[in-house]
Design a protein around this ligand. Structure first.
Ligand code: 5RP
Length: 236
């Protein structure tokens, strides 16, 4: 049986909601400090990214062109006065910044709690630098289920039966591109093996396992400061 989230978390664990928000804001502020005028910037999705947008709003940058990974991020970015473009208008991005649901010691991530995993992976791959911003309770000793999946609606139940140990989320929960969102609930084990199995299943558009080589840096905010952990993406 997979360990419970509480037993797999690394220390220190922030249980207080306000402290977690403070940590998300601290990590987001550090990452916002890396954004410069003239950059093409990828924006992830989720509550940590909302902190990022606020921090960016406070930077008074005048020439940053952004790509949003979800309608919610696009709306919030525009409200902050940021310029939002299509990824294909911008091509390669200088920097992308996003949150995560889990971070393991080898730099593997689980993402997709906000259902935007496919766009998030495309944007991470399009960026010369991909910086992940998390509060300390996102760090785990081993990745655990659920692993979010974006699945084509055609034959969704058949696709999930092929995977096994997977459940579709509520019918109204869609990816930004209209696909179904499901969760793989079985053991993760070796994330590279599971990643290959999920990617090789017809009907799976994308899964929420992000390999270390997609990630340049992980900014982890803790109660007592901010840790910068190098990812596996080669610097360019
Ligand atoms: C959205 C994501 C988010 O980055 C992840 O769910 C973390 O969210 P939050 O910043 O709200 O804790 O992958 O698809």
């Amino acid at each position: 049986m997979a360990p419970s989230r509480a037993t797999a978390r690394q220390q220190p664990v922030a249980t207080d909601v306000e402290e977690v928000e403070r940590q998300k804001s601290a990590a987001a502020t550090v990452a916002a400090g890396e954004v410069r005028d003239g950059m093409r910037l990828g924006l992830g999705t989720g509550s940590t990214v909302v902190h990022l947008l606020r921090a960016l709003g406070g930077r008074h940058l005048t020439d940053v062109r952004c790509v949003a990974t979800s309608p919610a991020t696009e709306l919030a970015a525009r409200a902050m006065g940021l310029t939002v473009c299509e990824l294909d208008e911008l091509g390669e991005l200088d920097l992308a910044i996003d949150g995560a649901d889990q971070v393991d010691p080898a730099g593997w991530l689980v993402k997709g709690g906000g259902a935007a995993l496919t766009r998030e992976k495309i944007v991470a791959a399009a960026a010369r630098r991909f910086v992940v911003i998390v509060s300390a309770e996102k760090t785990v000793r081993e990745l655990e289920p659920p692993v979010p999946l974006e699945v084509l609606r055609f034959g969704v139940m058949r696709t999930l039966a092929t995977i096994g140990d997977a459940r579709v989320r509520a019918a109204q929960e869609s990816s930004p591109d209209g696909n179904a969102i499901a969760d793989y609930l079985g053991p993760v084990g070796d994330p590279r093996e599971l990643s290959a199995r999920l990617s090789g299943t017809p009907g799976v558009v994308e899964h929420g396992l992000f390999a270390p080589e997609l990630v340049s840096e992980i900014v982890i905010a803790r109660q007592d400061g901010v840790e910068h952990r190098a990812g596996g993406k080669p610097a360019v």
